[in-house]
Design a protein around this ligand. Sequence first.
Ligand SMILES: Nc1ncnc2c1ncn2[C@@H]1O[C@H](COP(=O)(O)OP(=O)(O)OP(=O)(O)O)[C@@H](O)[C@H]1O
Ligand SMILES: [Mg+2]
Length: 357
Amino acid sequence: MAEGLQLRNVSKTFTAPEGDIVRALDDVSLDVASNEFVVLLGPSGCGKTTLLRTIAGLENVDSGEIHLDGERLDETAPFRRAVNTVFQSYALFPFLTVERNIAFGLEMEKRPRAEIRERVAEMLDLVELSGFAKRTPAQMSGGQQQRVALARALAKRPSMLLLDEPLGALDLKLRRQMQTELKRIQRSTGIAFVFVTHGQEEALALGDRIAVLNAGRIVQIGTPQEIYEAPATRFVADFIGETNLLPVTYDADGTLTVAGQWKLHLAGVGDIDEATVATADSVSLAVRPERVSLHPDGHLRGVVAETAYLGADVHLTIDLGNGLRINVREDAQDHSVDVGDSVSLRIEPRHTRILTS
Ligand SMILES: Nc1ncnc2c1ncn2[C@@H]1O[C@H](COP(=O)(O)OP(=O)(O)OP(=O)(O)O)[C@@H](O)[C@H]1O
Ligand SMILES: [Mg+2]
């Protein structure tokens, strides 16, 4: 029996009240290992919540299969599924104390009192709230309530925890703290986490792997480094981090011209084949601003249009002519140019991606 979660060709459509058909999930396949932290990342409306709800059993699939630890999950009643969900709006019981909130699921299962007491203490310890057992949710901060929600969801020792933007209501500082906490808790319990966010920084910080969704489809899945360094499409390159997309024309024999200036041979640019580039409707070169440097022996020439000093580094916008601009990030210590200066820019081909979709 296969461990972990497998989704195979899962599709789900909704009929909106206006009569429109919404394809919320379109042929989604995904594997999550039994101790993995997978982040689902994508813009609003791309299907993230729908995907979690189908795993949780709150939504039926139209087609496809879902397996968890070797069982057909989509044929298992929701309350029998070994998954638990944490929502953005903690959904704690307001009139129950912290310890009774955490014990709730175990009490429903009529577990022995001693076992419940022990498990609640263990969970309070895990989320570092041991002194808060007798409080009610209203007597706690947002971050503390979120940790109670997490403890409650983990108390039944699910095989997998589903988290739908659980940090969305927290301010930035608390959010960062909770990210570290979540990562620690996931590691120490070894339970698989499927975590939804539309924040790309959060995804990079948390995921063992990130699945990028757009319009109901997984467009790329990989480690944070793979997604950042080797985006598969313009959408991924643009959605994760800051990127420059420069127009490319295909000349012949594997040579390209970037932004009308830079002659480049495909051989140096990674793993795209020539036929794909030659037949594509449009071709772009993606390069991160921190991978472009000012260098006398450069590939592109332009004029500094804007500079912004941000402490550790300086953001430059360079006008390349023909209405094209490129963003460059320079170490503030090396900063030596001003608006109006002519500059030459160097880009290592191995730090670029040629994208055709
Ligand atoms: N019950 C429903 N009836 C009709 N359409 C729905 C229903 N639930 C979701 N949708 C539609 O399905 C699509 C996916 O919605 P979903 O809630 O999964 O998006 P999401 O990625 O979680 O977005 P967000 O980041 O805003 O939470 C959207 O276009 C949404 O309008
Ligand atoms: Mg959502």
